[in-house]
Design a protein around this ligand. Structure first.
Ligand code: NAP
Length: 298
């Protein structure tokens, strides 16, 4: 489908906001499913907001008659595993059930390259488990790389802030973990093309080559014109330390979950899936030049 009505959960989030703006600009009727519709309603003229506070509240009017539902709501910052499970697992089941009841032709689940058998983080494991509850014949799973954006509070911007503020940045196991990034515009294009081509099943969407975590940090520092010294730390003691600080409820900028996610990163071939979508995904260097260009000139 080239255009129609699209419902987007998590529309107030980092990716949700971008998808709302993208599909609205392409002439779709966009329904924003958010926790606080009154607060959201004023953001984009013509986009109606509906209540979606998972797993307890979901306004079916936001889903009825939609041609596609993009499920971008996820408790990415939950403070407890119990809360995360309720929102992500019960919540996704609830949204899927509502989409099925309303006969929405396409359910799109935003997953991650972190979803794989070797994942040890709750994030990667929960994404994989949820992917398996979907029907590959009628649903679409997009395993996204790390989305790079000019603004917002996603993981990428947190990395940029860390490099901008701190002279010394820790890396674990030499920062050799492979990351694959995805420019925000390529991310939106991927969702749009997948719908236009009626694709179902699972697609990995990210730059085809990838780079190491260490290379990404140094590339950010270079664009910002900031000195950046990487401080190598061993992974296993850091995990043990974080387990202790989390038991004692001592807040730190990095969590055990973050490190488990980092440790399980691995290269995922994406060229074939990008070919199916008919898009290219910019390499990290190109994205960084574009997105951090303003920082260089300011
Ligand atoms: N960003 C990336 O690089 C990236 C990469 C791969 C996959 N993904 C996936 O893409 C999806 C969106 O990620 P994001 O980066 O946009 O995350 P985000 O900025 O944290 O957005 C999460 C969204 O979920 C909503 N949400 C949280 N708890 C909710 C609840 N109980 N009920 C209803 N909505 C709730 C949030 O609403 P509030 O605004 O009210 O908190 C927000 O709109 C996630 O599934 C994430 O795993 C993201």
């Amino acid at each position: 489908m080239e255009t129609g009505t699209i419902a987007i959960t998590g529309a107030s989030g980092f990716l949700g906001q971008r998808l709302v703006a993208h599909f609205h600009a392409r002439g779709w009727e966009v329904r924003a499913l958010v926790r606080e519709p009154a607060a959201f309603a004023s953001r984009i003229e013509g986009v109606r907001a509906y209540r979606c506070d998972l797993p307890d509240a979901l306004d079916d009017a936001g889903i009825d008659g939609a041609d596609a539902l993009v499920h971008a709501a996820y408790a990415t910052r939950a403070t407890s595993l119990e809360e995360a499970r309720r929102v992500n697992e019960e919540g996704t089941r609830r949204v899927l059930k509502a989409a099925r009841a309303a006969s929405v032709p396409r359910f799109v689940f935003l997953s991650s390259l972190s979803a794989h058998e070797g994942a040890r983080s709750y994030y990667g494991r929960s994404k994989l488990a949820l992917e398996r509850t979907l029907d590959p014949e009628r649903d679409l799973v997009l395993r996204l790389g790390l989305v790079l954006a000019r603004e917002g509070d996603g993981l990428f911007r947190r990395l940029v802030d860390a490099v901008a503020r701190a002279r010394f940045v820790p890396v674990f196991e030499g920062g050799r973990q492979i990351l694959q990034t995805l420019h925000e515009a390529d991310c939106c294009a991927a969702v749009e093309r997948a719908l236009a081509k009626d694709l179902t099943g699972r697609l990995a969407v990210a730059e085809p080559e990838g780079l190491t975590y260490r290379e990404l940090l140094l590339a950010i520092a270079a664009r910002l014109g900031r000195p950046c010294t990487l401080v190598p730390l061993p992974m296993a003691p850091a995990l043990a330390l974080l387990r202790a600080t989390e038991l004692l409820r001592i807040p730190l900028p990095i969590t055990r979950e973050n490190l488990l996610g980092l440790r399980a990163l691995r290269f995922v071939p994406t060229a074939a899936d990008l070919g199916r979508l008919g898009i290219t995904a910019r390499p990290a260097g190109t994205s960084l030049d574009e997105l951090l260009g303003a920082a260089l000139s300011s």
